[in-house]
Design a protein around this ligand. Structure first.
Ligand code: ATP
Ligand code: MG
Length: 412
């Protein structure tokens, strides 16, 4: 682009991460060329956000790089800005949120442009708003949550004026769409090794009170429980992100958690998984902790009932949630089962969940068999099947056609 007489600078997260010595996959570029000029300069382009000046440019390997025309904000409304092109690099950097995100690098001339002392803040490990913190938060309320996320992700402090502006911003965070709030919460769970650091700030700033009121007084123990679950991006298991969210809501009533997740526009599938894990933890987690800590060994029947209620495919997540939520309780002087005991119960529970009949579908007979034997169709049939599976969970040897039919007809 420089050959064509335009400025082109690497900007944003990639420059910050490179200066921190961290890998970053996508390099964003800022340029003095207009979006139309960018499209003419490169063979393969995609108009990813042309109204904001962003063109996706595909390199030789087919990787996309976002190239955005220098711009400045002409009007802001607490979230969306109206932008204007024809700005300088410094103007473009001035509209960025934090000094550490407002550094530009020219890879050809090998020159850094750092008008807001972002490098100084990187070495001081500080998240600081560009310019007047108060104004910057008012322009875009999302920045409060972004500051908290970046600070936790890099283990940085937040500059005092920036923190004060975040606290002042908190009551106005209701201005953000639930989708954006969910996205910030998701990114926090995905990117931050110890989310409790960020989530404590959500609580202290008043962000939870404004955005997720059931969490306004969330306990330190629940926040620490989130930390003990591994980063979802590093984990192969698909339930890991929902697990972190479940730990966050672990002190809430299952119904309250479900309502909060629905308000944040979590998907139905995420809600089903998380709310059910929270509910089962609330119903069985504490009892299991106390009995294991007292050296009691649950019976097979008790473990079958537990597996049936938690659901075969969620047993593993349930135990992980229990372990995560139990661990911080030691600080509160509570007794927590030893790893070895928990592991033994976990193995038995998994074996039972996948070998014993615990669901209606595992019964030796089905609804058709019952109808043929003379049980009336309708809700009655469902109730009979439930009664049969309950009996089989208590005593799996009952799971034969003859025994089940006899039991079904005895109640007719
Ligand atoms: P990540 O590694 O999480 O992608 P990032 O710094 O690249 O971090 P992005 O959300 O991808 O963050 O944004 C890219 C850049 O755009 C930021 O570094 C920042 O300069 C600017 N930016 C993004 N969102 C805002 C905002 N709400 N207000 C001001 N500038 C922003
Ligand atoms: Mg980025």
């Amino acid at each position: 682009m420089q050959h064509a007489g335009f400025e082109a600078w690497c900007v944003g997260g990639a420059v910050r991460d490179a200066l921190l010595g961290l890998a970053h996959l996508d390099w964003d570029l800022a340029t003095s060329a207009t979006p139309q000029q960018v499209r003419r300069l490169f063979k393969r382009t995609v108009p990813v956000g042309i109204e904001f000046g962003t063109i996706g440019v595909l390199d030789r390997d087919g990787r996309m790089h976002e190239v955005t025309t220098f711009r400045h904000d002409v009007q802001t409304d607490g979230r969306h800005a109206i932008v204007q092109f024809g700005a300088s690099l410094d103007e473009d950097l001035a509209r960025r949120d934090f000094t550490i995100n407002a550094i530009a690098y020219d890879p050809i001339a090998k020159v850094l442009r750092d008008p807001f002392e972002g490098r100084g803040d990187l070495s001081r490990r500080l998240v600081r708003a560009v310019g007047t913190a108060d104004e910057r938060m008012r322009e875009d309320r999302l920045r409060a949550l972004r500051a908290i996320r970046f600070a936790a992700r890099f283990d940085f402090e937040i500059a005092p004026e920036t923190w004060a502006a975040i606290v002042d911003s908190a009551p106005h965070l209701t201005r953000l769409s639930p989708e954006r709030v969910k996205q910030e919460l998701d990114k926090t769970m995905e990117q931050v090794l110890r989310p409790s650091v960020a989530l404590t700030r959500w609580r202290e700033s008043g962000a939870f009170t404004a955005l997720i009121p059931v969490l306004s007084a969330v306990s330190d123990a629940a926040l620490q429980a989130v930390d003990t679950l591994p980063l979802p991006v590093l984990a192969a298991r698909p339930l890991r992100k929902p697990l972190r969210v479940a730990a966050l809501f672990s002190a809430c009533d299952g119904k309250a958690a479900e309502q909060a997740l629905r308000a944040l526009r979590f998907s139905n599938q995420e809600i089903a998984t998380i709310a059910s894990l929270v509910d089962r933890y609330r119903r069985f987690g504490e009892e299991l902790r106390v009995s294991l800590a007292n050296g009691q060994v649950p019976t097979d029947a008790a473990l079958r009932r537990l597996a049936a209620s938690v659901g075969r495919l969620r047993v593993s997540a349930f135990i992980r949630l229990c372990v995560a939520c139990w661990q911080p309780l030691t600080h509160a002087g509570e007794r927590v089962p030893m790893r070895r005991q928990t592991l033994r119960v976990y193995r038995r529970l998994m074996h039972i969940a996948f070998h014993d009949p615990i669901e209606i579908a595992d019964l030796a007979i089905d609804g058709d068999d019952l109808r043929r034997a003379g049980v009336a169709a309708g809700p009655q049939l469902g109730r009979t099947l439930q009664r049969l599976i309950d009996a089989v969970i208590d005593e799996p040897s009952r799971n034969t056609t003859e025994t089940l039919l006899a039991m079904a007809l005895a109640h007719e």
